[in-house]
Design a protein around this ligand. Structure first.
Ligand code: NDP
Ligand code: MG
Length: 384
């Protein structure tokens, strides 16, 4: 029986992780849960799973939630310190990082410091601080198993093959909800249409990133750090059917692909059970019903975010933290109806241009770059 902590249990990945665990309840037990502010759902999850510990980041909701827990044995904490306390719970075997955005970095580092096995869904932490996260994980012998479907696919295709035998990684993407919209109409796209992903049901931030293809850009950076492959050997292909979740080409020209239904419960289950595999209750792929598997190169002009991500990775140092911070801020502004979706890459390019890169950054340099990105976005916006 493995003990699991889920950070971000009330989100899209978090709830699917609980679903997987409910079906494998003879192998896994939930001992920690956290959320940002969704007290209602956290309360239901606590009643259902009886974790030893839980935390809500929004301090203003703590007291009412604690009162409603009544005689429950679950110890409840609040604030970011509370989340970090759950991340660092000494009884856990696996820590699932399903918090969205850059605030996942601190609890991720806290879990790695304690040599936990990490099932990592959050990609922003690796984009911001990949070098730091991976070197700490190596030092602490903390294993990071990806949940992001493309990285789970690559992880399975590689199957521990040495990096020197890899020619390239091929990250696939469905193309997102704006794939068939003309470039000239993109500026008019409303958040509700950009949130309407054709293949995946996900949280708001990643859904907008999928619409701008920033998600693929973040995934290139994530793959670089997870698998130690140069950006020039990481390609992105648009694959609208979303059946092939990614591929690896080896130096002898052989390509290995991972296929499966479009359901995050597959990579979540694999991250939990690795290196083992258990029966899945999530259905299976009917190959006879797949008429077509198509692949094409992405349109870098229509989706400049992808190019900006490659550029930030090649600039190195604090550039990717700036890319991530600016993007997070701009996605937020787009969702509030303040800017157009096409403003997102436009401002990111300007913020990257105005940043002085710091190589081999420490955590403070990264946080400073993140703050710089967010305040520069606001400054530019105020001037326009
Ligand atoms: P959601 O927005 O659905 O869920 C986010 C979770 O994190 C919620 O539990 C939320 O709590 C909590 N949270 C948000 N902000 C904070 C914060 N500042 N402090 C503490 N907790 C916080 O996101 P997703 O599940 O879609 O995505 C989670 C991560 O996984 C992202 O990094 C995303 O890129 C990655 N990912 C997601 C995929 C998907 O299919 N959804 C696929 C691949 C990767 P509350 O509910 O209270 O707001
Ligand atoms: Mg993905």
């Amino acid at each position: 029986m493995k003990s699991v902590v889920i950070l971000g249990s009330t989100g899209s990945i978090g709830t699917k992780t609980l679903d997987v665990i409910s079906r494998l309840n003879d192998k896994f037990k939930v001992i920690g849960l956290t959320c940002d502010s969704n007290a209602e759902l956290l309360l239901r999850q606590i009643k259902l799973f009886n974790p030893q510990i839980a935390a809500i980041r929004d301090v203003s909701k703590y007291k009412a939630l604690k009162d409603r827990l009544g005689s429950s044995k679950t110890k409840l904490y609040a604030g970011m310190e509370g989340i970090i306390r759950v991340a660092a719970h000494n009884k856990s075997d696996i820590v699932v990082i399903a918090i969205s955005g850059s605030l996942a970095l601190a609890p991720l580092l806290a879990a790695i410091k304690l040599s936990k096995k990490i099932a990592l869904a959050n990609k922003e932490s690796l984009v911001m601080a990949g070098e730091l996260v991976i070197s700490l994980a190596r030092e602490k012998k903390s294993q990071i198993i990806p949940i992001d479907s493309e990285h789970s696919a690559i992880f399975q295709c590689l199957n521990l093959t040495p990096t020197k035998l890899v020619k390239r990684l091929i990250i696939t993407g469905s193309g997102g909800p704006l794939n068939n919209i003309a470039k000239s109409s993109l500026h008019k796209v409303k958040p509700k249409d950009a949130l309407n992903h054709p293949k995946w049901d996900m949280g708001k931030k990643i859904s907008i990133d999928s619409a701008t293809l920033m998600n693929k850009g973040l995934e290139v950076i994530e793959a670089h750090w997870l698998f130690g492959i140069d950006a020039k050997n990481i390609d992105v292909l648009i694959h609208p059917e979303a059946i092939v979740h990614s591929m690896v080409e080896f130096i002898d020209g052989s390509i290995i692909a991972q296929l499966g239904p479009t359901d995050m419960r597959f990579p979540i289950q694999y991250a939990l059970t690795h290196p083992d595999r258990f029966n899945s209750h999530n259905g299976s792929l009917d190959l006879t019903r797949i008429k077509n598997l198509s692949f094409k190169s992405p349109d870098f002009e229509k989706f400049p975010c992808l190019h900006l991500a490659y550029e930030a990775l090649s600039m190195g140092g604090t550039s990717t933290a700036v890319l991530n911070g600016a993007n997070e801020e701009l996605v937020h502004l787009y969702l509030k109806g303040i800017i157009a979706i096409t403003d997102i890459p436009r401002y990111i390019a300007r913020v990257l241009d105005s940043h002085k890169v710091k190589k081999s950054p420490d955590l403070e340099d990264i946080m400073e770059a993140d703050r710089f990105a967010r305040s520069t976005v606001k400054e530019f916006l105020a001037k326009e």
